[in-house]
Design a protein around this ligand. Sequence first.
Ligand SMILES: [Ca+2]
Ligand SMILES: [Ca+2]
Length: 174
Amino acid sequence: MAGRVSHVFTVAVLTLALLASGAVPAAAASRTYQDARGDDPSGTDIRQVTAVNRARLHVKMRFDDLAPRNRSVVFVYVGTDVHPGPEYLVRLPSHGPSVGRVTRARRWRPTRPVLCDFGWFIAFDTDRTRLHMTRECVEGDRGPVRVAVKVVSRGGVDWSPRLRRLHRPPVRRG
Ligand SMILES: [Ca+2]
Ligand SMILES: [Ca+2]
C-alpha cells in the first residue's frame, strides 16, 4: 500500500514539475475533432482535425485515402471573431504545380490575399496534412480561433464539422 501511495505521489510531483516547466501544453490551446468515416466515400475522407493555437497556428488533419489520384484540394477556414463564418481561408492543393494561398474570407469565399508566412506538409503514406501559420496570417489577431476543414476531391467533398460550420468551442490561445 505504501508503495502505491508513493507511486501516486511521484506522478503528482512529476506532473506539477512538467506544468511548471511548460512541458505539458494547456489543454485549451489544442483541440481535436473526429469526423465520420465514409461521409465522402468517393474521395479523400476527413477523419480527424486538430487545431493548436499558440505563437503560431497549427492545423493537423488525418484522412482516409489522401492520394495524388484524388487530386484533392484542402480548404482550412479560420474564424477569429464572434461572427458565425470564417474571417480567413487557406487553400492547400495536394497535387500539381498550384500553390497554397491565404486570403480573407467573406461568406465562406476568398476575398483579398493575406501576405504571411505559412507552410504545409503532406504525407501521402500516412494520410496526414499539417498546416502552420504565423499570426500575420490572421493579421495579428491573438485571440481564440475556430476552424473548419473542407476537402474537395475528384469524387466528392467532405466537411469537418459539417457544411459551412466552424468547430466549437473556440481554441483558446495557449
Ligand atoms: Ca469524414
Ligand atoms: Ca465530415
